[in-house]
Design a protein around this ligand. Structure first.
Ligand SMILES: N[C@@H](Cc1c[nH]c[nH+]1)C(=O)O
Length: 315
């Protein structure tokens, strides 16, 4: 952010410092330990791990190999931790760090500040409960006007599996879901050679949002398979945790949810303030990502996009 006057910059810096302390305290009070992720990653490794991170957007650094400035902190941490994993480890980690990407017009680099947490090695639903509650608690420190949306990686990936489409077509489908682009999604559905019941779901999938009851009723009307049912079941489980905490009014379930990153295979989370149409929080369960570094470890976490949070708070 650019400031004309030094005093404005200092006022902003003061607010940023206060915000940082508040979030850090939330993580520390919940038992999370701060960790510093690596800044450089190997280009080939990142492209192999997450196909959704566009190669154009990555900031390349050429030494003897092609490296990139980290485009995602969760991947960097898993790459460093999972190969050294020991049985029965149970880790609660947080970080305050930056990810880098090229501007769309190629004119410079964007730095995005992130505050994130990862809960690793806890097989029970307690990890989901803790992480979801932490997200609620942090938001409630700032406003009562927020929404936490909950989706399922299993529902969308279960549907994609049934469609027998190649990876480019899958990416196109997820891009349209991410943008919630109904007209283009309709055109896309009509261009595919799929069963009528699959097409019907694709045409209606964006409407499978609401309370858990609404979402379950709608989803049951359309095509499902075992993996998709598992996704619905996961929403059910997390919903019982949320109802107990009386957080229903801040929650919306959305089975059409996809994320910018493609490694979620359990619940997915997205958080918004009602005064800003931008994701402020994003995360979910990603056990499968750990497996790609050599060992399947239960893993769930989220990131707060710090600059978006600053923008929402200062409106
Ligand atoms: N790294 C993810 C958020 C996340 C943290 N842990 C799990 N997911 C992001 O930047 O959107």
């Amino acid at each position: 952010m650019k400031f004309l006057r030094i005093q404005d910059e200092l006022n902003f810096a003061k607010k940023r410092y206060e915000l940082t302390k508040k979030i850090e305290t939330s993580f520390v009070d919940a038992g999370f330990i701060q960790i510093k992720p690596e800044i450089f990653e190997e280009y080939d490794e990142i492209t192999a791990i997450d196909k959704n991170i566009s190669t154009k957007s990555m900031v390349k650094v050429v030494s003897n190999k092609v490296m990139v400035l980290r485009p995602d902190i969760t991947i960097s941490l898993m790459k460093s931790l999972i190969p050294r994993w020991e049985d029965d480890l149970n880790l609660k980690l947080f970080y305050h760090s930056t990810v880098y990407k090229n501007k769309k017009n190629g004119d410079g680099i964007i730095q995005c500040r992130q505050f994130g947490c990862e809960y690793l090695g806890e097989p029970s639903i307690d990890a989901d409960r803790e992480v979801v509650n932490l997200a609620f608690n942090i938001f409630r420190k700032f406003t009562d006007e927020f929404l936490l949306e909950i989706g399922s990686g299993n529902y969308i990936d279960g549907f994609v599996e049934s469609l027998n489409i190649d990876s480019d077509t899958e990416r196109e489908f997820k891009k349209l879901l991410y943008r919630k682009n109904k007209p283009e999604l309709e055109a896309f559905a009509n261009s595919l050679d799929i069963k009528p019941e699959q097409k019907e779901l694709m045409l209606n999938i964006l409407s499978i949002r609401g309370t858990l009851k609404e979402v379950t009723e709608k989803a049951n009307k359309y095509f499902t398979n075992d993996r998709m049912k598992k996704g619905i079941e996961q929403l059910n489980t997390i919903s019982t945790l949320i109802s107990k905490e009386d957080l229903d009014k801040y929650t919306l379930f959305d089975l059409s949810m996809v994320s910018k990153l493609d490694y979620y295979d359990g619940i997915m989370l997205k958080g918004y303030f009602k005064n800003l149409y931008k994701e402020i929080l994003s995360g979910g369960r990603y056990d499968g990502l750990t497996e790609s570094f050599g060992r399947r470890v239960p893993a769930i976490g989220f990131t707060i996009y710090f600059d978006a949070l600053m923008e929402a708070i200062n409106r």
